[in-house]
Design a protein around this ligand. Structure first.
Ligand SMILES: NC(=O)c1ccc[n+]([C@@H]2O[C@H](COP(=O)([O-])OP(=O)(O)OC[C@H]3O[C@@H](n4cnc5c(N)ncnc54)[C@H](OP(=O)(O)O)[C@@H]3O)[C@@H](O)[C@H]2O)c1
Length: 248
């Protein structure tokens, strides 16, 4: 007998789902029966992710996933508007929003950090989260959940990573404010703070980092899934997930 699907019929939007943590979350949610909207800037990478998702569920006909892939740049208001126009054509509502799209930057102390890099990181990791959340709110109902993928950099600082730390600290303030605003509407808002996770983002600032000491993206996805599956009257407001080996 097929196992019950805990997210059957739910619609989940995952930004930055073409690889890394976002793709792992998409796989975990699809396995539970969720319908997916996945985004990223690189159309080919997004198409490859869609194929990978279908491959992961191959042979499980009951789980044939419904996937809408949208090429979106979360920094651009017009691109985000186009995303929600596409979503509304296919789905009447959203149940889950995973704000995951994010970038880091090459190590550089404040004195030498180019303004263009500062802007790119703040616009992606902070303004992008605001824009996507604002677009999603009219589609979210009581019982819905927003998960904002922050980082240890939301509460800790790392020299040479000022734009990333500033964006993630700001995103934590945004997340906590949003949670208070959405309590009366019965929408859960979760701040996810993973430690080092083995994805391509490390190539942006520390390519030789010891990958064997990191979390796997699938483990982060499992933590999100566990939070999503809590009974509706309860929530876990902040998740700090660390490698057993500790911080790098
Ligand atoms: N890996 C870690 O150690 C770690 C730890 C804590 C938190 N995080 C956070 O986890 C999230 C995912 O990171 P990851 O490690 O999985 O990195 P990743 O493998 O580099 O994936 C990043 C994803 O975000 C997308 N993206 C980047 N800029 C975008 C933009 N402007 N608009 C839309 N999509 C965009 C990328 O696709 P395109 O490039 O095609 O747009 C990709 O799908 C980030 O917010 C990161 O800060 C990571």
């Amino acid at each position: 007998m097929a196992a019950p699907r805990n997210l059957a019929g739910k619609v989940a939007l995952i930004t930055g789902a073409s690889r890394g943590i976002g793709l792992a979350v998409a796989k975990a949610l699809a396995r539970e029966g969720a319908k997916l909207v996945i985004t990223g800037r690189d159309q080919k990478a997004l198409q490859a992710a869609e194929r990978a998702l279908k491959q992961a569920l191959r042979g499980k006909r009951a789980l044939a996933p419904r996937i809408l892939s949208c090429t979106t740049d979360v920094r651009e208001p017009k691109s985000v508007q186009a995303l929600f126009a596409d979503i509304k054509k296919d789905f009447p509502r959203l149940d889950i929003l995973i704000n995951n799209a994010g970038i880091s930057h090459a190590m550089a102390e404040v004195e030498r950090l180019p303004i263009q890099i500062w802007r790119e990181v703040i616009e992606t990791d902070l303004t992008g989260m605001f824009l996507v959340t604002q677009g999603a709110l009219p589609l979210l109902r009581r019982g819905g959940t927003i998960v904002n993928n922050l980082s240890m950099a939301a509460t800790h600082v790392f020299a040479g990573q000022s734009a990333y730390c500033a964006a993630k600290h700001g995103a934590l303030g945004f997340t906590r404010t949003l949670r208070e605003e959405l309590r009366p509407r019965g929408i859960r808002v979760i701040a996810l703070m993973p430690g080092a996770t083995d994805t391509a983002i490390w190539n942006q600032f520390w390519p030789e980092a010891p990958r064997q000491r990191m979390l796997r993206p699938e483990t982060v996805a499992q933590a999100i899934l566990d939070a999503l599956l809590l009974p509706p009257e309860s929530t876990v407001e902040e998740i700090t997930l660390m490698p057993t080996a500790g911080a790098l």
